[in-house]
Design a protein around this ligand. Structure first.
Ligand code: UFG
Length: 322
């Protein structure tokens, strides 16, 4: 089976490519390298291309006889999306629609879409199930919400078959130490804590300690990227077996506050970390914790690294090899 992996040079896409190839799938990474790294794509084919480049997309889909697409390519920072909505709407909405239209015009009708817990907005319950109302509170979440809505219409009218995975906070590094998170600029909490630990930045800033949570800092559900990718590979099997559409949360059902994450890094590494508290970051939900019961039941998904300390340990191991 030939799989096109958009965003294949990115943090999650490159890990997916590695695991897919290890399991016997053929991959073609499609990435414009605006944030990804060519050096992270060590398996399968690589095409440098933009999702807005219809001709190149079409040629890639046809030349490589693509059977299915995993669409990871996306801007990912909720905070940045509040400051620059057009950037998110163009890339995450317009260019995603172009990908789907081009796929369908080439007879490729199977898609695995990287959605986000950000579609839930400020949730009314924890853990959140897939039936929870969708009410995104930032343009990033809105972009994922609108694509989910479009996917449903494409499925009803155009015969698209898809799985949408709503990620909670993807984290951790390749346990083999080959791949890890290196966004530039970095906005994610765990790599920033490590930057403060290694002296790459002066401190870790806690964005707000006046949320309605036990220690006042935001709570998130961290999921290891290999577990995340495992779910995609199981999803691929589901689509192969004829499933038309499905939506799954991918989280561990356990929430950790920003302070607890900092403490976990201190504990795993034994290092001190300079911490300062600053104002809230616009667009942040106070608490995002997901129920993944549905993924466990229907996909048979069973995370291998469900504990925060395991996730943090893989980052520490990877950083020591850098
Ligand atoms: N945070 C800080 N200081 C920092 C960076 C982050 O306190 O320097 C806090 C944030 O305010 C938030 C938490 O740490 O409360 C996690 O923030 P991240 O930026 O690491 O991640 P987000 O929760 O904002 O978003 C991530 C992904 C999204 C995804 C979302 C789903 O970037 O793509 O998780 O929960 F949608």
């Amino acid at each position: 089976m030939q799989i096109l992996v958009t965003g294949g040079a990115g943090y999650i896409g490159s890990q997916a490519i590695k695991l897919l190839n290890q399991q016997g799938y053929n991959t073609v990474a499609y990435d414009n390298l605006s944030y990804g790294y060519r050096g992270s794509v060590n398996w399968g084919e690589f095409i440098k291309g933009d999702l807005s480049d219809t001709a190149k997309l079409k040629k890639t889909l046809l030349d490589y006889r693509i059977d299915m697409v995993m669409h990871f390519a996306s801007y990912i920072s909720a905070g940045e999306s509040v400051e620059n909505p057009p950037k998110y709407y163009q890339n995450n909405i317009v260019d995603s629609l172009n990908l789907i239209n081009t796929m369908l015009s080439c007879g490729v009708n199977k898609l695995i879409f990287s959605s986000s817990a950000a579609v839930y907005g400020e949730p009314q319950e924890a853990p959140i199930t897939e039936t929870h109302p969708l009410n995104p509170i930032n343009p990033y979440g809105m972009s994922k919400y609108l694509i989910e809505k479009a996917l449903k219409v494409y499925a009803d009218v155009e015969g698209l078959r898809y799985i949408s995975f709503r990620y909670f906070n993807a984290a951790g590094a390749d346990p083999d130490g080959e791949l890890g998170e290196k966004h530039d600029p970095e906005t994610h909490l765990i790599p920033l804590i490590f930057d403060a630990l290694t002296g790459k930045r002066e401190d870790i800033k806690v964005f707000g300690n006046d949320y309605n949570t036990p220690d006042g800092t935001c709570i998130r559900d961290y999921i290891h990227i290999c577990d995340l990718v495992d779910a995609h590979i199981l999803g691929l099997g589901l689509l192969e077996n004829g499933v038309k559409t499905q939506i799954f949360n991918l989280g561990n059902g356990a929430g950790y506050s920003v302070k607890e994450v900092i403490d976990a890094v201190k504990k795993v590494t034994g290092h001190k970390i300079p911490v300062i508290t600053t104002a809230r970051r616009p667009g942040d939900s106070s608490r995002l914790v997901g129920s993944s019961e549905k993924a466990r039941k229907i996909l048979g998904w069973n995370p291998k690294y469900p504990k925060l300390e395991q996730i943090v340990s893989t980052v520490w191991q990877w950083l020591k090899t850098q």
